[in-house]
Structure formats: structure tokens, C-alpha cells
Design a protein around this ligand. Structure first.
Ligand SMILES: [Zn+2]
Length: 104
């Protein structure tokens, strides 16, 4: 038994207990062509994960819309049994601190 990253869903879990979360089809409301499948425990988390993974390909357009003009991006999330939900997603920059040892 080991704690590892699942090769299918990329989530971490114990090798003997891990079950992949459900899949959701996600896309931006104004770009249905950019549809992709996301593994997530809820529709809301699927919308966040989709934005996080897809935004770098859009040259951080979701981030720019959020920070420069306060606009949210509408993400459509479709469950495996075809229930469609819509979420408004925004992004923010988080400060990251780091320390390194100072030698004398
Ligand atoms: Zn998995």
C-alpha cells in the first residue's frame, strides 16, 4: 500500500483504496468546441479544475478577465447522466512566499 498519484485521474490517494472521482464534460459557454473531460468530486470543483487546466492555453484569459475587468467566465459542466449546470468562474493571483537558507 502506498500513497501515490493515480495515472488515470491525476489525484493522490492510497493505492488500495483510491477510486477515481466521477467525470464531467466541461466547456466555456461561448466556446463549446473546447470541451474536455475532467475528474472531480462535484460539478463546482469540475468547473474550477477545468478553468485551472484550460486557462494557461488561453494565455490566462480567465485570469485577465477577472483581474482587469472583474468579469467572470461562464463554464458549462455536464454530468455523465447529461445533467447540465453552469458556473461563473473567476481567478485571483495568490502571493507565494519562499525562504532560502542564508550562509555566513
Ligand atoms: Zn484515479
Amino acid at each position: 500500500m502506498s500513497y501515490q498519484k493515480c495515472q488515470i485521474c491525476n489525484e493522490y490517494g492510497w493505492s488500495d483504496k483510491h477510486v477515481c472521482p466521477p467525470t464531467w464534460d466541461c466547456y466555456e459557454a461561448d466556446d463549446p468546441g473546447a470541451r474536455r473531460t475532467v475528474y472531480a468530486s462535484s460539478a463546482e470543483y469540475a468547473a474550477e479544475k477545468y478553468a485551472e487546466q484550460h486557462d494557461p492555453e488561453l494565455e490566462y484569459q480567465i485570469m485577465k478577465d477577472s483581474t482587469e475587468s472583474n468579469e467572470e467566465t461562464e463554464i458549462v459542466v455536464v454530468s455523465t447522466d447529461d445533467v447540465e449546470e453552469r458556473f461563473l468562474v473567476s481567478a485571483e493571483i495568490v502571493y507565494q512566499y519562499s525562504a532560502r537558507f542564508k550562509e555566513d
